[in-house]
Design a protein around this ligand. Structure first.
Ligand SMILES: [Zn+2]
Length: 300
């Protein structure tokens, strides 16, 4: 591998071009997905690419539970000396949203078009790139002899249908995943191409639940036991596990997601982006923000 941009252009973009041609609509938009075989074609394309560009120690499997969309499951061991760093879980999906309308002349959901260095078509960014980006990241670390933790890549095929198949896979694969120290969801959006964007919460609602699902003690929450039994079992957990449990319990008291709040957040994000574009917003760097926050807190 020469460099990430080179590797991306030489091997990933051509594969994403092939992937865009596959109408791998999520089961919610293609009731006959199993018969039509497009999801199968997408997951096979991704798996074949990974086998062709393996990272050190990689183990790959397409996991299939009956009557559910498949999951691409990849395990990569920690590099020497990083065995105690825990497990990093990288998440993505290969199912797509439906065709929809409004495509520009010459473009379309299943027609890959590269224009001004950008690849257009359904699913390239949401979320086909995830597995390729994950492998490329590990590859460059290994090439530069930089250490990395044990990494598990989990690519589902049901995300655009509300991930209804995912819990069953999380349950089935929990012993193989272990308790991840970090979960990275490669499935967010970005407001421009000038900077790196990260999502730290899901529209203001913490996403810690996905971490707790893998807890080896998660059966505590699933048993439907009486309060006393659950409480005494919970108190036997380690301090870190109790903290994690407390966090998810508090989160569960929030009630269902407030769609009004979500769209208000979307509007607010667009408004702030508009201010940045118009040059009317004052941008400050992170260190300065921390300094100002500390100053304000010490005043309070
Ligand atoms: Zn997505």
């Amino acid at each position: 591998m020469k460099s990430i941009p080179q590797f991306w252009d030489d091997t990933i973009v051509p594969t994403l071009v092939d992937y865009i041609r596959i109408p791998a609509k999520s089961p919610h938009f293609d009731k006959d997905w199993a018969k039509n075989g497009h999801i199968e074609a997408a997951v096979t394309l991704a798996a074949d690419w990974c086998r062709k560009h393996p990272v050190e120690g990689m183990q790959l499997e397409i996991v299939r539970l009956p009557k559910r969309t498949p999951v691409l499951f990849i395990e990569v061991p920690a590099t020497k000396g990083a065995e105690k760093c825990g497990t990093v879980l990288l998440y993505g999906h290969l199912d797509k949203q439906p065709e929809m309308t409004g495509w520009a002349e010459g473009t379309g959901p299943w027609i890959p078009v590269i224009k001004d260095g950008k690849l257009y078509g359904r699913g390239g960014a949401d979320d086909g790139y995830a597995v390729f980006a994950s492998i490329a990241a590990l590859k460059v670390l290994q090439q530069e002899k930089k250490p990395h933790a044990r990494t598990v890549i989990l690519i589902e095929c049901c995300e655009e249908s509300g991930s209804v198949d995912l819990p069953a896979y999380l349950e089935a694969l929990a012993p193989r995943v272990g308790a991840p120290a970090l979960v990275v969801g490669l499935d967010s959006g970005c407001g421009n191409y000038e900077q790196l964007w990260g999502t730290r919460s899901l529209r203001g609602r913490a996403g810690v639940e996905s971490l707790t699902r893998f807890s080896p003690h998660h059966e505590v929450c699933m048993a439907g036991s009486t309060l006393e039994k659950v409480r005494s079992e919970a108190l036997r957990l380690t301090q870190a596990e109790r903290a994690e449990l407390a966090h998810s319990l508090v989160g569960s008291l929030d009630g269902p997601a407030d769609t009004d709040a979500e769209s208000a957040w979307d509007e607010e994000i667009l408004r702030r982006l508009g201010e940045i574009d118009a040059g009317t917003a004052e941008l400050i760097d992170r260190e300065e923000l921390r300094r100002r926050m500390k100053a304000r807190m010490s005043r309070a």
